[in-house]
Design a protein around this ligand. Sequence first.
Ligand SMILES: C[S@@+](CC[C@H](N)C(=O)[O-])C[C@H]1O[C@@H](n2cnc3c(N)ncnc32)[C@H](O)[C@@H]1O
Length: 209
Amino acid sequence: MISDYLAFFVELPSSFKDIGSVIPSSRFLVNELVKAMPEKKEPIRILEAGAGTGVLTKKVIDLIQKDDEFHVYEINEKFSKHLEKLLGDLNGKASNVKLFNSDIRELKVEENEKYDVIFCGLPFMNFPPELVDEILEMLIKSLKEGGTLAYFGYLALPKIRQLYVNDKEKKRIKDVLAVLDKYKAKAKNSRRQRVYLNIPPAHGTFLEL
Ligand SMILES: C[S@@+](CC[C@H](N)C(=O)[O-])C[C@H]1O[C@@H](n2cnc3c(N)ncnc32)[C@H](O)[C@@H]1O
């Protein structure tokens, strides 16, 4: 746990735009997000985009069965090494987990490889709206019908940021929020759950296809 925080702090100065948070998600937020896992008897396929130091990854590994498949994408090389060690330390318990030290945009999914659940930890509010659109479109296309995309964001932060940034940045934030709303509107169901016990307080958002 301490090593998770250390790995985060060390990477922050060089990669803040990609990381988008000062510490890993709390267990309260993680526990909320994993409610997206279906209660199913048949094997399921799960994807995580932006695993960081693996707080959610560990929880998902605790919940999956041996026939399930879990793919984990992390762009940052140091975090990927940290994740590789974490998976190795699980002594075979993670044999159905595949780690990709890669941009999530490298993901290629055939029709029969779509996922039941996709967890997305990417810091959308730091990205240009076009990138958020590209990634969300790709993730939604990679979900099975009836599947769930779960992602998180920080409560009130986008509004607070808009108070002290320049006009260009204000527009970027507004446009990112509009892209997120567009995908919420496209989903069969969308719901948002607040989680105050996180730094900063967050929401889990769930889009069901
Ligand atoms: C806010 S952190 C979330 C980490 C972890 N899921 C958590 O909840 O604590 C975002 C993570 O997304 C990764 N990331 C950013 N852009 C990415 C991309 N295009 N593809 C894959 N991972 C990416 C960052 O390196 C970082 O580890």
